[in-house]
Design a protein around this ligand. Sequence first.
Ligand code: SF4
Length: 168
Amino acid sequence: MERSKKIVFVSHCLLNQNARAFGSEKYPGAVKDLTDMLTESGVGIIQLPCPQINYNGGLNRKLKTKDSYDNASYRKHCKNLSTDILNQVQNYLQNKYQVLGIIGVEMSSTCGVHQVENGSKRGPGKGILIEEIEEMMHKKNFQVPIIGMNLNNLYSSMEKIQTLLNYS
Ligand code: SF4
């Protein structure tokens, strides 16, 4: 058996909805359609840390706005996590693996890629972890694609992810 040498990084809660703020979970556990698609494609799956579960309130937190997370201490927390994440990405790249992308979660104040929910408002924007990852990749002068999974519109997100897998 040969290894695929292909890797995707996915937001923590796509594999474990138990990490979501209370009331925002959409599945009992993993997002099965996504895990089925990734498993069938033969990629290795790396679960990103959830920045919110080891920050104030942790597992028992309520859903909060991006504004309420956007402070120096949470930014620092996300920056530290981004350093670890990108070290892992670079380790694979330097060893000739393909890192196909990072899959975030749309609407999240932390992991949103194109859309963020801020209180009752939804609009274009990025979550804090994704902003920190992008800024750090820019400084380190490399890039991997970042795609957002919209749990309210699973199938359009799945198409984007399938495209990413097809082009690898
Ligand atoms: S912070 Fe990110 S990983 Fe954690 S629950 Fe929210 S979207 Fe998922």
